[in-house]
Ligand binder design. Sequence first.
Ligand SMILES: [Fe+2]
Ligand SMILES: [Fe+2]
Length: 447
Amino acid sequence: MKEKDKMNRREFLKSTLLAGAATIVAPRLATADGTGGASPRLAEGAADAQKRDTPVGKLIGSAPVLMNPAERSVDVVFAVNGEASGWVEVSESPDMANAERVYSGNGPVMHVNGKWAVVPVRGLRPDKRYWYRVGADRIDLESGYKPWNRGSEADGSVYSFATLGAETCGSFCVIQDTHSKTETVDRVLAKIAALKPSAIVWNGDARNYYRTADDAIGTFLKPHPDHSAYAAETPVMFLNGNHDFRGRFALHLEDLVPFRDVAERGAGFAALGRNFVQRIGDVALIGLDTGEDKQDTNPRMGGIFRMAKYRKLQTRWLAGEIEKPAVRTARFKVAFCHIPLFDPDPRENPGDVMPDDDDPRYLHPWAAWQRTCANLWGPLFEKAGVSIVITGHQHRYRLDPPDAGRKWTHLVGGCDDVIEGKVVDGKLRIAVHDCIGKTTRTELEFS
Ligand SMILES: [Fe+2]
Ligand SMILES: [Fe+2]
């Protein structure tokens, strides 16, 4: 027998023994050779092997976070503690009758990840309530050539969510610039829990930068121990802030905070994974991404960004979206982006200083507001009849009423503000809640 063949046989025997061990203590798992039996001597060795192979601890690592809500789809994201393929069981009734299971990943193989699971749930109906629970299959990819499914673990909780749509009244809340600051996250999530909106628009700068996947997990899946299920029943619509483009893992953030279903956007706009047009009753929510707050040409940015092209592509997308029924038939239109589109102070940098953002006329060498985006999108907002544009970035509340050059109200939310929107008595009411002072800064009404 050749040396290579001997080694292959040794590997085969080793994997067969381990397979037998798994059969004794975990009957639901199949053996490699299909025999399933074991002698007492083998069983002894098997017990040792089982000690090595027994999963330790809970596999589900966080409560589920609903992301990218739409009429017919939602993404369910949660942390796992070990290589796993997450799944979601969805039912039309609270007793989970006739639940359908959906696994991680869209491709021909389950998506297996050691830290988190993203489960895309599709084929839902608009304006409808569903119930769901999450679980995961522990997948062992280390035993030779064959992946092992070590069995399912389920989170015992049953959660509920409602798909969005034009037929159901609802509300939205906006948060911005939380920067993973513990006290801020606690305050704004407590306010959202009290307000119980239909959806949360997380309007950027969720964190300063993303060095690793754990940074993103801590920000989105486990943002605060007192609010572990903050988005298990209230879905999040995430828009990038300038900081959300920074750090090694920021380049892969869509792996954990997934892009919206590409089917929403149509051909040519696949790159616009954060943009959305979504109805909540009479209100059309329009999500846009202002990108980085530095020029693509700024030497500090390493030449890796193409925000100018990205903003133009969004302009083409927006021009098409405002002609579609979801926007045209909406009584109210509200737009969101992270960087403000206006500033009354002439000393604030408008973000169009070439090539490096530095100009002695301005207070800082970075964009306090985005004149380029204002020029690209502003006329489309006017054409569509947008009532208000809600932004952040400046970490301080400000309200800019319409003026001679701008028909839409411009609102800047502070770090500890929760902006609430809902239709009451046929009017759109926007309230800015200050979560430190526990007061309402302003209440606006649009009719
Ligand atoms: Fe910020
Ligand atoms: Fe920012």
